[in-house]
Design a protein around this ligand. Structure first.
Ligand code: NAI
Length: 257
């Protein structure tokens, strides 16, 4: 339960972020919704911010209160958008917001990053992920060109790097008990589902057949909510799939079962 906690949710205007903000509020949290777009129906206090823009991130951090108990980094762009924009929002902006916000987090706070099954190939992308460790917002275009990160690859790369960053920082804020985890959904029925279907083509239809149905935001929000809660206090640096069994299927096939 999130009773009495102050929870910041990015991407709160739509899809999984909107469902997470609503769930946190229903559980008694004080919710601060963040998005580049104003939500049709804001949950809690709304702050407009563009997570691809450092000045906007700085303003957001200044506007947020002290003593935040949970940060749900859910804002994201789909793979159909320009590669640099995807890497900025889904990776660099997320990291910049998180690290800048640490001083305003309460001791024992929980950070939850929305990754994706699209990031499960991270062991194959070691060089590019390591090269992105100190990537600055102003260098994203040059970085993508140098690393051959074009088109939909940007989405996969950003999620791979996010999963690795989450694992690497499992203990970074140990002295204050601040922990960080990822959730990796399979296909979820939100406005960006069609972008994935378009990007993956025939593979998307094949993948869909390994599940009973696509997910809904209501399938993902409770997983984020659990990781934000005190019940998940000993879960650190993990990546939790929420995917109707899709990742289990991928792993079994990968290892020849
Ligand atoms: P959505 O499109 O419904 O919501 C994304 C939200 O992020 C939107 O409200 C949008 O305005 C906001 N946003 C985009 N750029 C922003 C920026 N520069 N600054 C601030 N906010 C910005 O999409 P959905 O499906 O709810 O996605 C949420 C997260 O879940 C994303 O990180 C996505 O990659 C991830 N995800 C989604 C899956 C799906 O099938 N829908 C599957 C796996 C992961």
């Amino acid at each position: 339960m999130l009773q009495g906690k102050t929870i910041v949710v990015t991407g709160a205007a739509s899809g999984i972020g909107a469902a997470t903000a609503a769930l946190a509020q229903a559980q008694g949290a004080h919710v601060i919704s963040v998005d580049i777009n104003a939500p049709a129906k804001a949950v809690g206090r709304f702050i407009q911010a563009d997570l691809s823009d450092l000045a906007s991130i700085d303003q957001l951090v200044a506007d947020l209160p002290e003593g935040i108990d949970g940060l749900a980094n859910i804002a994201g762009l789909p793979p159909t958008r320009p590669a640099a924009a995807v890497v900025k929002v889904n990776l660099v902006g997320l990291k910049e917001l998180t690290t800048r916000l640490i001083p305003k987090l309460a001791d024992g706070a929980s950070i939850v990053n929305l990754a994706s099954l699209a990031g499960m190939g991270w062991p194959e992308a070691k060089a590019a992920i390591q090269a992105s460790a100190t990537l600055q917002m102003g260098d994203v275009e040059t970085f993508c060109a140098a690393q051959g990160i074009e088109g939909a690859r940007s989405y996969f790369f950003a999620k791979e790097a996010l999963i690795v960053w989450t694992m690497e920082n499992r203990w970074t804020w140990r002295s204050r008990g601040i922990r960080m985890n990822c959730v990796s959904p399979g296909p979820v029925d939100t406005p960006i589902l069609q972008d994935f279907v378009q990007t993956l083509g025939a593979r998307a239809e094949e993948d869909m057949r390994t599940m009973d149905r696509p997910g809904t935001p209501a399938d993902i929000a409770p997983v984020v909510g659990f990781l934000l809660s005190d019940g998940a206090a000993w879960i650190r640096g993990t990546n939790v799939p929420a995917d109707g069994g899709m990742f289990a299927n991928v792993q079994l096939q990968m290892h020849g079962f």
